[in-house]
Structures are given as structure tokens and as C-alpha cells.
Design a protein around this ligand. Structure first.
Ligand SMILES: C[S@@+](CC[C@H](N)C(=O)[O-])C[C@H]1O[C@@H](n2cnc3c(N)ncnc32)[C@H](O)[C@@H]1O
Length: 253
């Protein structure tokens, strides 16, 4: 197993940054909480608390760039639809109960105003046309629906901390998975969402230092992501799409 993982790591380091084939190289790793996608498990747990309870049967939670479906346990009450370009990831997502759809998040194969919740976790910093992706999120979100995002800010700090340092740390992102030129300026993102009728609230996120030290020791326990005032690194956001009546529901917090 160790040999397989190190072979996969060696293979993925030969890829260009943000090359989607890295997810095929790492396809056996999605559901290993101590593996190269560890931080995605921590982030999925942090998103979980923000998903509003479903109010009607059949409501759709649309999970963009769902990967292996790590949000699977969070979607009780919703029809959980995952969209991703990586077929090998969709196999895992489907195995964990998602309705898995192969598609590009910049051109969603989804009808307008169908999703009650759209989750865009660790996907926005991987896309080449951010304007199109945000426009698509706003198009498929029903009025009064909630959008949850987490992504990486386009700052010097994020480039150093999350690429040059974190890629070399246990629990950090796999080598070369991020291209810092695609990192997402938080103010720009809020402006794009506002144009689509969503007032996006944002805050920073970092791993709990205590949990991370424990993780270094036993690689088993999950690491809580805690909120920070600074959005210079990883940040999270929640917004609700303006209702046709002009009323806006309160964001969950
Ligand atoms: C960092 S992973 C995040 C996975 C998942 N959201 C999570 O947090 O566990 C990014 C995912 O986005 C997918 N992806 C990247 N670009 C995409 C695009 N343009 N359309 C759809 N999926 C895309 C990749 O295949 C990968 O599964």
C-alpha cells in the first residue's frame, strides 16, 4: 500500500499544476481521512454545519466539483447531486449515494432555479472562467436558496502558505494540485455573486493548531477548521439568493 501511494505521489508530481489527471492518479485516496485529501475531510466537516435543513422532500443540494463525494454524510433530507469532470472521482461519489453527473461547472447541465443549496467547496480556485462559474451557480440556485463556498484567496500569503509550505506538510494539499494564478480574490468573488443576486458573507478558515498537532502524532483524528478574521488564506462564504419578492432569508451561521 505504501509503495502504491508513493508511486501515485511520484506520478502526480510530474503533472502540471491544476492538471485534472492528478485526481485520477489519487483516485484511491478520496476516502482516506489521513491521506493526501485529509484537509478536504476537515473542510467538508466545516461545511456540514452550514447546510440548512431541507424543508421539503426532493429538494436538491448541488455539489459542484464534488470529487469523491466527501459531503455525502451531510446531505440528509436532500437529493444530493454531484457534478465533476473527473470520472474516477464520480465513481466514489456515486458509491457514497450521490447522483453523480459528469459536467463542467462553468456550463452546468442543470435547469435554472432547481437547487435549494449549491455547495462549491475547493473548486473555485481550480476553474479558468470564474465569472462563468459564479453566473452558473446563481442561475441554478432557486430564489431563497443558499450557496456555500470555500476557496483560496489570491494573496501573496496564500501563495506562500498554501502552495510552497502546505504542499510539503502532512495533511496539506497534494503537490501541484493548486495553480496560484487561479486563486480567487474575495472581493471580486463577492462582486460576482452580488451581480447574480447573492450577498456573500465571507470569513477566513484555518486548522485548529491543537488538532493539527494531534493529527501529526497519530494521523487519525479529524482537525477542526476554525474561523479567522483574516481571509488572506482559505476562506469560506455563505449567501442566500434574493427572493423574487425582494425578501432575503437570513444566512445560517
Ligand atoms: C480539490 S477537489 C475538491 C473536491 C470536493 N469539492 C471536496 O471538497 O472534497 C476539486 C474537484 O473539482 C473537480 N474539477 C476541477 N475543475 C472542474 C470543472 N471545471 N468542472 C467540474 N469539476 C471540476 C476536480 O475533478 C476535483 O474533483
Amino acid at each position: 500500500m505504501g509503495a502504491v501511494i508513493s508511486m501515485q505521489r511520484r506520478r502526480s508530481t510530474r503533472r502540471d499544476r491544476n492538471d485534472l489527471r492528478q485526481y485520477d492518479d489519487l483516485m484511491t485516496q478520496w476516502w482516506r481521512p489521513e491521506g493526501p485529501f485529509a484537509a478536504l475531510h476537515w473542510l467538508a466537516a466545516s461545511r456540514r454545519a452550514l447546510v440548512p435543513a431541507a424543508t421539503d422532500p426532493g429538494q436538491i443540494l448541488l455539489d459542484l466539483g464534488c470529487g469523491g463525494g466527501l459531503m455525502a454524510d451531510t446531505s440528509a433530507g436532500y437529493v444530493h447531486v454531484g457534478v465533476d469532470l473527473t470520472t474516477s472521482a464520480l465513481v466514489h461519489a456515486r458509491g457514497h449515494g450521490l447522483t453523480a453527473v459528469r459536467g463542467d461547472v462553468s456550463s452546468l447541465p442543470i435547469a435554472p432555479a432547481t437547487a435549494s443549496v449549491v455547495v462549491a467547496g475547493e473548486i473555485l480556485e481550480h476553474v479558468h472562467d470564474l465569472d462563468a462559474v459564479v453566473a452558473e451557480i446563481c442561475r441554478v440556485l432557486r430564489p431563497g436558496g443558499t450557496v456555500l463556498i470555500d476557496t483560496i484567496n489570491d494573496t501573496r500569503f496564500a501563495g506562500i502558505a498554501l502552495v510552497h509550505i502546505a504542499e510539503r506538510l502532512p495533511g496539506g494539499p497534494p503537490r501541484h494540485i493548486h495553480d496560484p494564478s487561479l486563486f480567487v480574490d474575495a472581493t471580486r468573488l463577492q462582486r460576482l455573486f452580488a451581480a447574480g443576486g447573492v450577498d456573500l458573507d465571507v470569513w477566513g478558515l484555518r486548522p485548529s493548531v491543537r488538532d493539527y498537532l494531534r493529527f501529526l502524532v497519530d494521523r487519525r483524528r479529524s482537525v477542526e477548521m476554525v474561523r479567522t478574521r483574516s481571509t488572506a488564506g482559505v476562506y469560506q462564504g455563505v449567501g442566500v439568493k434574493v427572493d423574487v419578492s425582494g425578501a432575503v432569508e437570513r444566512s445560517p451561521s
